[in-house]
Design a protein around this ligand. Structure first.
Ligand code: FE2
Ligand code: FE2
Length: 254
């Protein structure tokens, strides 16, 4: 593993999950799907930041947001191109296996961004934490990608931009909110924590649901299948004559 530069030191949680990330990225199909998903997240994030550039009344922020949005669109293209190359090279079919998206979603967390109605300071706090999370995860992804140098180079290139995004958002937050920028950061942190909890709970609910349905399938269904088979065995074969009383009236259906 490379020794990271100080601003690229991954968060403790990402470092703990390094073996899981290494396993996830070791499979080509999973890698393609992750890259496509990242490409989507980056492009969506770019679109939201473009919207942030439209709604802000701060000229400097507008210019920075525009540059930021262009970077995110470029990241989307880089991820998609790399996924396309891997897809062409891979002869096997897609498998929709475990990707751990609910543990570590598509790098950024920019998909949670809601631009309209947010103040500049809230937007900057949210962007700063998202970019910090992206820089941390992309550092881990780059480091576990020794077996795939071109994908590693993509992460290396994008990591450079994410670090810049992480730094400029913090500098601008301190500029627009010199007194209370830490409070905004904490509020954004709590909001991210709540969303992470919801993501984790949804993932766990999905796993528990699958386990319960599997248990139901193997435990509850067999007695019903046995009863249905037994009832079928008792049925007479072929046509069954009805009692004459039921043939009397033609005024009703039954
Ligand atoms: Fe990005
Ligand atoms: Fe970014």
């Amino acid at each position: 593993m490379d020794s990271p530069r100080p601003h690229e030191r991954p968060a403790v949680f990402d470092r703990i999950l390094t073996p899981l990330h290494r396993w996830i990225w070791s499979d080509t199909d999973r890698r393609v799907q992750k890259l496509l998903r990242f490409g989507e997240t980056e492009t969506d994030g770019g679109r939201d930041i473009l919207r942030a550039a439209e709604v802000t009344s701060d000229p400097l922020l507008r210019r920075l947001y525009l540059e930021h949005a262009i970077d995110e669109f470029r990241h989307g293209v880089l991820f998609r191109h790399r996924a396309a190359v891997l897809l062409k090279a891979s002869a096997s079919r897609f498998n929709n296996g475990f990707q751990g998206n609910w543990i570590a979603p598509g790098g950024h967390g920019l998909d949670d961004l809601q631009v309209d109605g947010e103040s500049d300071s809230d937007m900057l706090a949210f962007l700063h934490l998202s970019e910090k999370a992206a820089a941390s995860r992309f550092t881990v992804y780059r480091d576990v990608m020794q077996h795939d140098p071109p994908t590693r180079a993509v992460f290396e290139e994008i990591l450079h931009d994410e670090t810049f995004h992480m730094n400029y958002t913090l500098t601008q937050l301190a500029r627009v909110e010199p007194q209370q920028h830490k409070r905004h950061l904490w509020r954004a942190r709590l909001s991210r924590l709540w969303k992470a909890y919801l993501r984790l709970a949804t993932g766990l609910a999905g796993i528990l649901g699958s386990i319960l349905l599997t248990i139901q399938y193997f435990v509850l269904l067999p007695p019903f299948a046995w009863l249905a088979k037994r009832a079928a065995r008792r049925e007479h074969f072929g046509w069954t004559a009805v009692s004459p009383g039921r043939n009397d009236s033609l005024n009703r259906q039954y």
